[in-house]
Design a protein around this ligand. Sequence first.
Ligand code: SF4
Ligand code: SF4
Length: 355
Amino acid sequence: MIVAGIDIGSRAAKTVILKDGKIISATIRDTGPESVKTSYLAINATIEGTGLTLDNVDYIVATGYGRVLVPFAKENVSEISCHARGINYFYPSVTTILDMGGQDCKAIRVDQEGHVNNFVMNDKCAGGTGRFLEMIADVLGTKLTDIGDVALQSKNTIPFNTVCAVFAKTEAISYLRRGESRSDILAGLNDAIATRCLNLLKKVGIEKDFTITGGIAKNKGMVAKIKERVGLEPLLAEDPQLIGALGAALFAQERLMGKSTGEQGKIQYGYNDGNGDYYITIDLAQCNGCRECVTTCPAGIFEVLQEDGRKPKARVTEATRKKLAILCPGILSCSNSNNKTCQSACPQKAITLTW
Ligand code: SF4
Ligand code: SF4
């Protein structure tokens, strides 16, 4: 049984191929401007050297912000569910995940079977994301791959007043001009970000065992500060950046074995377009297919489908997935003009809007 998971993130495209449950190939490459092209380059690079072709891969699941734009994927699953499932492959005891990606951070609570119980995303600020660290590395004239080690050399952590991308950049420049060392500045920033992560984790409740996933988990300086703030030693995968793609591959494997995938958990639709987060999450375990969301939504965003003899479940229509920020006025405006929203109308409390 050969399956693949592909995680098209905002900064990097990650792909994992599993053969009979074992990882046989994995790659990470930069995300290009076109998600479709990126997805082909990523899967081809991962297949290379395995003796396989794309036709030999029995089932492919996509995840990440570009997951709806992977033409050869049979299904897409939210990155939240994929990180939960992926880390369970290595550490079934992990119940608290901090996912630090290219453009957002998420705190996720999971059970010991890798199912999501709860999650919370950072607010609309870039602080603590890969994008933010790229900017800081640039300001300090340090290679992105080196900033973790440089921060570890710090003797005197400089306190930062903010992790707001704009103000932190200004603060970093002023410290640099004052002659402070790059390592102390980076340690200060990492400390401020770690405090922010701690607050995010507190919202879902921190429990042993704990992990960090995503590209930033490779930054040793950041991991050291998070460990300090959270007070727990994170259980890190060999490559934490691949966890989402691995989770997607595991979903593909389960699908092929006839198990349901998305119905077990929450499916998140939407994106961050640089101005903010626009996500609609549907908890399929709760959804009973009553269609209340379909009749309530003035923008025609929902539909209820019954697939393969399974129970009817709500989803966001294909046609609206890439236009959510345009079609939906947001929960407050919708509530004012419509008297209710999909979230308030759902009798099962299966819908969450992060706007
Ligand atoms: S209103 Fe809620 S329970 Fe009903 S179909 Fe929509 S998501 Fe499912
Ligand atoms: S908030 Fe209103 S417009 Fe937006 S998805 Fe829900 S029902 Fe539709």
